[in-house]
Write a protein that binds this ligand. Structure first.
Ligand code: GRF
Length: 212
């Protein structure tokens, strides 16, 4: 530690929407999480998360996927922005894009995602409605390393929430989101402190495999 505190890990946060997880990360950084958010990048100009970033004085970039002929050229432009920022960790926080294999490999071991279910249950979209339809008694959220297969990367941290008999997808989503806002900054802290690694397809914390 120096006189100015521990080194801050340069990160970028990718969003498409509300950005409540982004807000949790901004709040945590202001409270001492050792990261510097170099940029918030959105594929949608209207994403409310961009406004959150602006209010926190963070650089914003919009890369509209409709401006690119195919996924590879979009992902190449995205990677150029990320690398220009000098980001050492890419944080997906509600970024609603399928990423090409090449992009995922480029950031292997340094790209995290949060997914609103207890993976491997309910990969993909509409997780809250699907948990209710399946009669799940417990639901939750998962932070994981990103791997080429969608929502299938090594699990880092999960939070479980009870499903209530009168839950709607919206009430369940709100309960899960509260937990997301707790576990995402925590997982980012582990990474920033050098405690969290991806090693041969396994997530390790302090050198030991994480078993959810
Ligand atoms: C969250 O539910 C997250 O798990 C999922 O997308 C949603 C993003 O919400 N990947 P927000 O934009 O952070 O509010």
């Amino acid at each position: 530690m120096s006189a100015t505190g521990p080194r801050k890990l340069p990160i970028v946060v990718l969003i498409s929407g509300s950005g409540s997880n982004l807000q949790a990360i901004i709040d945590a950084a202001q409270a001492g999480l050792p990261v510097e958010i170099r940029a918030v990048i959105s594929n949608k100009a209207e994403a409310y998360g961009l406004e959150r970033a602006r209010q926190a004085g963070i650089t914003t970039r919009v890369l509209n996927h409709k401006d690119y002929p195919d996924r590879e050229s979009y992902d190449a432009a995205l990677a150029a922005v990320i690398d220009d920022c000098g980001a050492e960790l890419v944080v997906l926080a509600g970024f609603m894009r399928i990423l090409s294999d090449g992009f995922v490999r480029r950031y292997e071991g340094r790209m995290l995602n949060i997914h609103p279910s207890l993976l491997p249950r309910h990969r993909g979209l509409d997780t809250h409605a699907r948990a209710l339809a399946a009669g799940d008694a417990v639901h939750g959220a998962t932070v994981h390393f990103v791997s080429p297969e969608l929502d299938a990367g090594p699990i880092i941290l999960q939070a479980r929430v009870p499903v209530q008999p009168n839950d709607s997808p919206e009430s369940l989503a709100a309960r899960v989101l509260r937990e997301e806002h707790r576990i995402y900054p925590e997982a980012i802290r582990w990474f920033a402190e050098g405690r969290l690694k991806l090693d041969q397809g396994r997530a390790l914390l302090d050198g030991k495999p994480i078993s959810p």
